[in-house]
Design a binder for this molecule. Structure first.
Ligand SMILES: Cc1ncc(COP(=O)(O)O)c(C=O)c1O
Length: 396
């Protein structure tokens, strides 16, 4: 289930060739790609601004940018934010600027786009150290062994493969104690998790304002990078930063000067999406949480292992025998379930399997069908189990 051509879609049902499938591979977590209110907001923006203002941002930008930056700054609770078209644009231009000829401490499982940013930085004179995934003790040792400055610690907020988030309080403390900047990619957390309150509808929290707020951490020595292209279904990304750094990046970060901007339709769906998020995003997050819990409960019932301990809507399932992976993918497809297959070299050999992504636009019928098919796969193939299978004790 890689590189499929989708010919048609109806809600979270998609048609590829002559087969209709339930879609569990979309990252449009809040279901805003199908939200009528958001879709209907677009034509008025196109009438006013045209389809694409083909100036790089430094050449001039529609007032919509200022409007979005102000709204996001308030939502995530920071001094300022700066928009770029994608997270990859941010990583490959901003990480090298932050690191200079200093050091980057990179979580070994950070997203590929962070690694690419670090490689550009290395080409410009930075030193890159890798620490074991989510291992603050290993990071601390590396920080102590190097005196180079400036120093950037880079990792994912919600991990796109494992569906979990590190304890950012621990990493932020290490950053502050070691005069480093903590650079967090929250592509999969923004819009999905948010600040915890006593009247929240579910443990994903409220407002979807990202993993830093969700964990009750502050932004001291922390830069958050996130995008609208997952939960908000719009091609746009941002980073949080002090205003004086924003002024520097406007000149120094190459996409601000040289790249074409996001289309007006994406700016429009971002603005409409932010508005809908404030009014009814928590209801979407409740749906998301409830459906994810149902799938996690089902895996638990079947004793199938998943690294997901968070309740976030990214659920990885692994095959026990790597030879089974293609057949498992085929079985899912033939049973009308569309998921992202984790094949080598996209994941290490011992993590072959598939990833289920749940969005608020899925429904209970689709979730029940998924749960049923998970049971069938578990009978026909060997999936990685939650409890290692014990060898039977020989009867003497
Ligand atoms: C964690 C993470 N970071 C970065 C990216 C790249 O984002 P963009 O498409 O905005 O460049 C992705 C894409 O899926 C991602 O999952």
């Amino acid at each position: 289930m890689l590189d499929a051509v989708i010919d048609e879609r109806y809600g979270r049902r998609i048609r590829t060739g002559d087969r209709w499938l339930f879609d569990f591979a979309s990252s449009s977590y809040l279901g805003f790609d199908q939200d009528r209110e958001i879709i209907d907001a677009v034509p008025a923006y196109l009438d006013r601004w045209g389809t694409q203002p083909s100036w790089p941002r430094l050449g001039g930008g529609p007032a919509l940018y200022e409007e979005i930056e102000e709204k996001v700054t308030e939502l995530v609770g920071v001094e300022d934010t700066l928009l770029f078209p994608t997270v990859t644009h941010i990583h490959t231009s901003v990480i090298p600027l932050l690191a200079g000829t200093g050091a980057i401490f990179l979580d070994a499982r950070a997203h590929r786009a962070i690694h690419d940013g670090a490689m550009v930085a290395r080409g410009q004179g930075a030193t890159v150290h890798h620490f074991r995934h989510d291992d603050p003790a290993h990071l601390e040792g590396l920080l102590r062994s190097s005196a180079i400055t400036p120093r950037v610690i880079a990792l994912d907020g919600v991990c796109s493969m494992l569906g979990s988030a590190p304890d950012l309080g621990v990493f932020a403390r290490l950053a502050r104690e070691n005069d480093a900047l903590l650079y967090v990619d929250d592509t999969h957390g923004f819009g999905v998790v948010g600040e915890r309150t006593s009247n929240e509808l579910c443990p994903l929290g409220t407002r979807g304002n990202g993993v830093i707020r969700h964990q009750g951490e502050t932004y001291e020595n922390v830069i958050l990078v996130a995008c609208f292209s997952k939960a908000f279904s719009s091609l746009l990304a941002f980073l949080t930063l002090p205003t004086r750094l924003k002024d520097v990046l406007k000149v120094a970060a190459h996409p601000y000067r040289h790249s074409d901007p996001s289309p007006i339709a994406s700016l429009a769906t971002t603005i409409a999406g932010l508005d809908v998020n404030e009014r009814r995003g928590d209801l979407s997050r409740l749906d998301l949480y409830r459906m994810t819990e149902r799938v996690l409960d089902r895996l638990h019932e079947l004793d199938i292992y998943t690294p997901n301990r968070s309740g976030y809507p990214l659920i990885q399932v692994r095959v026990a025998d790597r030879e089974d992976n293609d057949a498992v993918g085929r079985y899912l497809f033939d049973s009308g379930i569309y998921v992202a297959m984790d094949a080598y070299p996209l994941v290490p050999m011992d993590e072959l399997g598939f990833r289920i992504q749940i969005t608020a636009a899925n429904d209970d019928e689709q979730i029940e069908q998924l749960c049923q098919v998970l049971g069938e796969i578990n009978e026909r193939f060997e999936l990685r189990q939650a409890q290692p299978v014990r060898a039977a004790v020989p009867v003497t």
